[in-house]
Design a protein around this ligand. Structure first.
Ligand code: IPM
Ligand code: MG
Length: 354
């Protein structure tokens, strides 16, 4: 199994190193991995002046799956847009056709108290956000900042979705729901935005092909509220790129920490890029305190969705449950007064639990 390893910036290299330790441990039990490292994001800007050098894209293309850390940092914020580290990730998603972003928000019983919400609100939470990842206002043209006749500047972006883009992500959501509680909630802003009026129509049409799955619709503002009020009402949430970006950060905090949430970004054939949903956390980079669990869980998703190694995926997830039950906590999931471990210790603990 050939894995492209794109560690990126900030805490990216630290957390990816722990996920690789875990995969290497599985390698000792017979799984054969070949890792190919390549620069992306700010690291690639520094080395090659481009956040996604052609050689990196090539490494990602020929791999069976991509393990991704994080990109971005204050050092790069002033660069022109094409050279911003985030563009490396966005182009990778677009060029590889990774339109389906799966972001599970599952709470470990041991962390129910680490959430800022009351434990009874979040205990038992298991929801899946299916975020469309290659369309919407993220990629819509035209976009830019222009000078108006009156001399002032105007910024503009275009929200757009074609029917086929909506259709294919809806299918992903309904198929995922069939493996869960068979409920899909489609989130839009159909009361205001034409794009999402079409979204609602197309998702409803696709839903007729899945009579065994319950489909509901919710406006995004209400969804943001319901996620805090009664998050356990959701099974699968399907939504566009922009709303999914926002709601998945919100959902992550239900689980105690954004440092716990993995993600899979899949193409039509199951090839995928796997990354934690958090960013490069420049404020703690290089200090060895970042939580590597979201990245290790992303490696588990990689085994499950792209490499057809369900048993190995479960082994990793069980090992993580075990270390949490043993009381290991990185700073982001520790309660006041609880002892904290660093990035490496957490990775080592998962490896020994394996
Ligand atoms: C995410 C991130 C990215 C996004 C950034 C880094 C471009 O926030 O994966 O959620 O907006 O999609
Ligand atoms: Mg985001």
């Amino acid at each position: 199994m050939r894995i492209a390893v794109l560690a990126g910036d900030g805490i990216g290299p630290e957390i990816v190193a722990e996920a690789l330790k875990v995969l290497e441990r599985l390698g000792r039990d017979g799984l054969k991995f070949e890792f190919e490292h390549a620069p992306v994001g700010g690291a690639a800007v520094d080395a090659h002046g481009d956040p996604l050098p052609a050689a990196t894209l090539e490494v990602a293309r020929r791999a069976d799956a991509v393990l991704f850390g994080a990109v971005g940092g204050p050092k790069y914020d002033a660069l022109p847009r094409p050279q911003r580290p985030e563009q490396g990730l966005l182009r990778l998603r677009k060029d590889l056709g990774l339109f389906a972003n799966l972001r599970p928000a599952v709470i470990y019983p041991e962390l129910a108290a680490a959430s800022t919400l009351k434990p009874e609100v979040v205990a038992g939470l298991d929801l899946l956000i299916v975020r469309e990842l290659t369309g919407d206002i993220y990629f819509g043209q035209p976009r830019g900042i222009r000078r108006l006749d009156n001399g002032e500047r105007e910024g503009f972006d275009t929200m757009r979705y074609s029917e086929s883009e909506i259709r294919r992500i809806a299918h992903v959501a309904f198929r995922a729901a069939r493996k869960r509680q068979r409920r899909v909630c489609s989130v839009d802003k159909a009361n205001v935005l034409e794009t999402t009026q079409l979204w609602r129509e197309v998702v409803t049409e696709v839903g007729r092909e899945y009579p065994d799955v319950e489909l509901t619709h919710m406006y995004v503002d209400n969804a943001a509220m319901q996620l805090l009020k009664q998050p356990k009402q959701f099974d699968v949430i399907v939504t566009g790129n922009m709303f999914g970006d926002i709601l998945s950060d919100e959902a992550s905090m239900l689980t105690g920490s954004i440092g716990m949430l993995p993600s899979a970004s899949l193409d039509a054939n199951g090839k995928g890029l796997y990354e934690p949903i958090h960013g490069s956390a420049p404020d703690i980079a290089g200090r060895g305190v970042a939580n590597p669990l979201a990245t290790i869980l992303s490696a588990a998703m990689m085994l499950r969705y792209s490499l057809n190694q369900e048993a190995a995926a479960r082994r990793i997830e069980a090992a993580i449950s075990k270390v949490l039950a043993q009381g290991l906590r990185t700073a982001d999931i520790a309660l006041p007064g609880e002892a904290k471990v660093g990035t490496k210790e957490m990775g080592d603990a998962v490896v020994s639990a394996l």
